[in-house]
Design a protein around this ligand. Structure first.
Ligand code: XUL
Ligand code: CO
Length: 440
């Protein structure tokens, strides 16, 4: 099967045209060369196109099948179809001029009848990726293995009751990690879609958590063995496909990593839609990961306020994004992480160029919000107010308490001796919200 001669209508890479650009396909805010806080916008945002939603998903939902009818999904030779898909993928990377992409093993290459065949397929497609990456200068933000779609994983991969399934998953991860390493991947991701349960009636939770701890430890060991420099990232999600997932949210993942001694090598890949499914905001999850020292990377997308499932829409909400970037910039920005578009166009968006519009629109929304966040941070409006709110803790008594220099009795006696009642102060929420609106 050959790649379609021309899949997208658009033929020239999208360029920066400024806010008044007449073309609908121009970057209005994403000027990749613009320097902010000493770095180019491209280096701050580190956008990545994801392979699975953009090139593997066919537009199906639980009630209906394929709507996109991509030519590379209609053939008889799976490897030829994978090669055709790679042509279109790298054409989109070129048109968007993105610095990174991401993929699962099975997105890139078809599964064979055996693990050996699958690994061979993956390596053959990785050869093609390697050549195209050298020519186009696009890099790999992260690779991962799909340990959730095949029926062998219906009861989990690492947390499966059958150790043979655990071993199969190890085989898949070894190949995916080694390919990620070969392609210069910056991180390696583990998302545990089936690492959870449907019912506790058939689940030994203690045992399954220990299995998961063992599995992640094995991945970390192998990472060191092959000299993979990037972190392993686990991706929190509370549910879907399972009723309960062990990587529920940032707090739960942190507890898990602490328990199994993994915080040094493993960080988190945080996704907006997963955050809201867990009952948190995206900003909350990022702020907590930064506070706990496990912030890694982001899957940038957007859930629907009215739907309780993972809709994976393209992020377009400027106000939410501005607060997210304010949080990230405050914490020093990304190191190995970036913004992976774990987002899919709606199933009615059947024109090939809808893929371009989606990415350009979201890249611009992120850039605009990022610029607003950087101005907000420079002005210190939020950070100064926060500093002021906690100023008492920077005083001598506050520091002495935190340094362990006061006992419970010391504190009690001090209050008993004095007659001053602590004076409540306003939290000034509406004032702060109005301040944010001046920037966004
Ligand atoms: C699923 C999800 C995955 C991971 C990678 O909800 O987010 O696409 O990002 O396996
Ligand atoms: Co994701």
């Amino acid at each position: 099967m050959n790649a379609p001669a021309r899949f997208f209508e658009t033929t020239a890479p999208i360029s920066f045209g400024g806010p008044q650009a007449p073309s609908p396909l121009a970057f209005r805010w994403y000027d990749k060369h613009r320097i902010v806080h000493g770095k180019r916008l491209e280096e701050h945002l580190r956008f990545a196109v994801c392979y699975w939603h953009s090139f593997c998903w066919v537009g199906s939902d639980p009630f209906g099948g394929e709507t996109f009818l991509r030519p590379w999904h209609h053939g008889t030779d799976p490897m030829a179809m994978a090669r055709a898909k790679a042509e279109v993928a790298f054409e989109l990377f070129r048109l968007l001029d993105v610095p990174f992409f991401t993929f699962h093993d099975v997105d890139a290459a078809p599964e064979g009848k055996t693990l050996a065949e699958s690994v061979q397929n993956l390596n053959a497609i990785a050869d093609i990726f390697e050549a195209k990456m050298a020519a186009q200068k696009v890099r790999l933000l992260w690779g991962t293995a799909n340990l959730f779609s095949h029926r062998r994983y219906m009861a989990g991969a690492a947390t499966n009751p059958d150790p043979q399934v655990f071993a199969y998953a190890a085989g898949q991860v070894r190949a995916a990690l080694e390919v990620t390493h070969r392609l210069g991947g910056q991180n390696y991701v583990l998302w545990g879609g089936r690492e959870g349960y449907e019912t506790l009636l058939n689940t030994d939770m203690k045992r399954e958590l220990d299995q998961l701890g063992r599995f992640v430890s094995l991945v970390v060991e192998h990472k060191h063995k092959i000299g993979f420099p990037g972190p392993i990232l686990i991706e929190p999600k509370p549910k879907e496909p399972t009723k309960h997932q062990y990587d529920f949210d940032v707090a739960t993942c942190y507890g898990f990593l602490e328990r199994y001694g993994l915080t040094k090598d493993v960080k988190l890949n945080i996704e907006q839609n997963h955050a809201i499914l867990a009952g948190h905001s995206f900003q909350h999850e990022i702020a907590l990961a930064q506070a706990l020292g496990v912030f890694g990377s982001l899957d940038i997308n957007r859930g629907d306020d009215l739907l309780g499932w993972d809709t994976d829409q393209f992020a377009m909400n400027g106000q939410e994004l501005a607060l997210v970037f304010h949080e990230i910039l405050k914490g020093g920005g990304f190191t190995t992480g970036g913004l992976n578009f774990d987002a899919k166009i709606r199933r009615q968006s059947i024109d090939p160029d809808d893929l371009i519009h989606a990415h350009v629109g979201s890249m611009d929304a992120c850039a605009r919000a990022f610029l607003a966040a950087s101005v907000m941070l420079d002005s210190g409006v939020l950070t100064d107010a926060l500093k002021e709110r906690y100023a008492g803790w920077d005083g001598s008594e506050g520091r002495a308490i935190l340094a362990g220099e006061r006992s419970l009795a010391d504190l009690a006696d001090r209050v008993l001796r004095s007659s001053t009642e602590p004076q409540p102060r306003s939290g000034r929420q509406e004032f702060l919200e109005s301040l944010v609106n001046r920037y966004v």
